[in-house]
Design a protein around this ligand. Sequence first.
Ligand code: BES
Ligand code: ZN
Ligand code: ZN
Length: 473
Amino acid sequence: MMIDIGAQRGVSVIPMYSKDGTAFFDKSKNKELKEKIKSELKAYNFEGKKEETLFLKIGNNKVLLIGINKAYSLEDLRRSYSVVYKMLKARKEKEATIEVPKEDEKEIKAMIEGLDLSDYKFDKYITKKEEKEVELHVFLDVSHKFARLLQETLLVNKNVKIVRDLVNDNSYSKTPQILTEIVSDFAKKNNLKAKVLDEKDIQKEKLNLLWAVGQGSQYPPRLIIAEYNGNPNSKEKIALIGKGINFDTGGVNLKQMMLDEMRMDMAGAAVVFGAFKTAVELKLKKNLILVIPAAENALSGRSYKPGDIFVSYSGISVEIGNTDAEGRLVLADAIGYVQKNYKPTAIIDVATLTGAVMVALGPSLIGMFGNNEQQKKVLFKAGEETFERVWELPIYDEHRDLNKGKFADIKNIGGKDGGSITAAAFLEKFIQEGVNWTHLDIAGAASNKKESYYIPEFGTGRVVRLLTEYLKQ
Ligand code: BES
Ligand code: ZN
Ligand code: ZN
């Protein structure tokens, strides 16, 4: 699909509001057509309820009415215009012009998201493609002053779709080495500094937790780092760290559930890459460090074992209670390494860390933890705005106590209760004093059981828009 700004062509898509069960619209635009629609409408019982649609042919005009409740939210707009996109596609329409309810930046952005984020299919491996698709060209009937907003929104969406593709793809199509190449290529094209620690470096530098998790795989681990200095005058430096497990078998503690979905365990890495890429392409005035600890949690004769103890990069010793709690291990070494060698003022880590976050918050919310109220507040607001919603969970001493090890400083599991919290408490132990830290657990948000409006089944691409919004603040 292409989206441009422009006037009447093809199907006229017109928002209708519902008031007391009667449909009405704003008459300031397209007066003549609307008079005709009004008289035509008498023959239908169209109420203009949320997401209700009606297709009409009036003379030579094709009209698609879309119902929107008068008190609509940004998310209502995303959903309604996702419905519009699907309807236009199903009818194989070539052109459509969209009238907006209001010429408002946020609303127009939400409408573009609803349309464009619905235009996604993971069909790389479908060998029999359906008949050649009809290209849809959509025109937004708005002032040209919104051209920049349109381009920026499409740019973010493109990166959301790249993240979806990565999450959806095979585990063997996003190994630590392949992720390395993706980040290195991007860095090279944009003249950014990048650094990659391979399996030899990882052992030499004593990133023992990352090595432990990755050692069972034929695809050796990597620590992937890239830097973007968008604001050289500022001392602020944010590290975006993403869990990059291309497949999580659980290791020797072999997973019992959802094994076939565990190629999505690198969604944190995909998301931080997507947000970093967006920030670079939008030239945001931020200093960022992208950090991806990449490994496969495989099951083999070389896998690490329950009961093993490893000394982390930071020097804290860790007892392995369960080899399936691997995410916190690779993150801990990444946190340790970036703090020592890059001195960030803030860290945001993103990880499909615990199944427990879905038990606590349901299938799609993001669990948030952290030590800085301001950072959490901005993220919460960005979540409301983008509908990539975050909800804070606490960490108290009673949770920290659950991670106590028998023979080491800390253990990588905290028992059956409060699993997302004990995982966060584990990470917290590796955060240096003075570093503003937020942890986002996206085990639920990263994937969808089934398609819902503009969010496809499986890889959702969620959190790219959230972090972009955060970084814009
Ligand atoms: N990658 C999983 C978490 C996960 C579960 C993500 C379901 C997406 C969907 C993580 O590595 C894991 O296995 N966590 C364990 C921790 C437990 C062993 C303490 C879990 O959630 O069960
Ligand atoms: Zn695991
Ligand atoms: Zn995992």
